[in-house]
Design a protein around this ligand. Structure first.
Ligand code: ZN
Length: 392
């Protein structure tokens, strides 16, 4: 079941290898699961020499799972079958500062609409994976002191959904961890043991995949790199401390610096854009200015990239990942950001740690979160006690 949840398919030979059972015993167990309607035999796979293995998958009529990716400014929901194939998905703007009942209530409406469109009863939904932009106590499934969404402190997202979807196992995790799960399932990371996913948007976070498992740490907040201090004299961060990476280099800081540059007369383009926008600039405006070759905008992006790269260099020395994938709203800022990040990492990391290190933008960037949310739900499907690092 663990292999099926992770990769979507397996073979009798693989089951024999993993369990150490005899071929006859594996075959008997598999046949029982097929009879009970858990598994289906989907025919021949690709041969690795010798006979082609017959592949097994979950019976897709067994039930469904839902992935929810809540971002600071948008939410996305997908309904998938039990093999992880997306059947329906929907995305809309959202404000995470809303009270949880309102935003989650909207999620519930959307899930019921998606299910209805496919003729699926709420009781057939067996798992819900939720990604949220804040520190999550993973065992309890609640946010703890989330700077972006203060009203959610200790609110039970699990209980909220259990009210409507009583058959579902509800799992809550932070948004970057689900991106890492998405990269592992559908991105370039499917064969990687140790990698990091960095999300740069309104905040900055890091998903850590260690030995092919998400490393969440003792309380679930491993990877919260946005609040590593890069300048003790820097601006005050949402968390209350000074000069956090997030406060210096994430989206709002980029926009703020651009507005300052416009006010200081350092860029005609930014100044004109700010006038047209009613006195404000967004990170997206800075991106546009970068593409136009605006030097002030480019300096801001390079400075952000360097600060992020300096922190990543520390992570590379500490964790020695083989790959770093960069995603999030700021990740479509083109090569200037990426080059600045790479330069800083190469300059400050140990040579052995960077010999085979690849740093790239995620190629499934905007899909990583929602695919990962589905994977999170699947990870706890038909869960057995040994797999459970989770309290009820
Ligand atoms: Zn902070």
């Amino acid at each position: 079941m663990r292999v099926l949840r992770k990769s979507g398919q397996t073979s009798r030979a693989e089951i024999t290898n993993i369990t150490g059972w005899s071929r006859a015993k594996a075959s008997q167990e598999v046949n029982t699961l097929i009879k009970r309607g858990y598994l289906v035999d989907v025919g021949e796979g690709i041969s690795k020499g010798g006979r082609k293995p017959r592949l097994l998958r979950f019976n897709s009529r067994l039930g469904y799972v839902v992935g929810i990716d809540i971002g600071a400014t948008s939410l996305e929901i997908a309904l998938a079958d039990i093999n992880g194939s997306i059947l329906e998905r929907v995305q809309e703007p959202a404000d995470v500062r809303q009270p949880p009942e309102e935003l989650l209530g909207r999620c519930r409406v959307l899930i019921l609409e998606l299910a209805l469109a496919r003729g699926i009863h709420p009781a057939q939904i067996l798992g819900i994976g939720v990604g949220v932009p804040g520190p999550v106590d993973f065992a309890r499934g609640v946010l703890v002191a989330p700077p972006l969404m203060p009203g959610w402190e200790n609110y039970s997202i699990r209980d909220f959904f259990k009210g409507t979807f009583s058959s579902a196992f509800v799992v809550v995790d932070n948004d970057v961890n689900i991106m890492a799960l998405g990269e592992q399932r559908s991105g370039d990371a499917s064969s990687l043991d140790h990698f990091l996913v960095i999300k740069i948007g309104t905040g900055i976070g890091c998903g850590i995949m260690a030995s092919r498992k998400i490393h969440r740490g003792g309380n679930g907040c491993a990877g919260d790199i946005g609040h590593i201090c890069v300048d003790k004299q820097g601006p005050i961060c949402r968390c209350g401390n000074r000069g956090c990476l997030e406060a210096m280099a994430a989206g709002p800081a980029i926009a703020e610096k651009a507005m300052q540059a416009a006010r200081d007369g350092k860029s005609e383009l930014l100044c004109k854009m700010m006038e047209n926008n009613g006195g404000v600039l967004t990170p997206e405006d800075v991106n546009v200015a970068c593409r136009e070759g605006d030097e002030a905008a480019l300096d801001i992006i390079r400075a952000s990239g360097q600060m992020i790269g300096d922190v990543l260099a520390g992570l590379v020395n500490f964790f020695n990942p083989s790959h770093i994938f960069i995603g999030g709203g700021i990740a479509n800022f083109g090569n200037h950001l990426l080059i600045a990040i790479k330069r800083a990492v190469l300059r400050r990391s140990l040579p052995l740690a960077t010999t085979n290190l690849a740093i790239n933008y995620s190629r499934i960037a905007s899909d990583a979160g929602i695919i990962g949310a589905i994977m999170l739900a699947l990870e706890y499907l038909f869960v057995v006690k040994d797999d459970l690092h989770y309290s009820f």
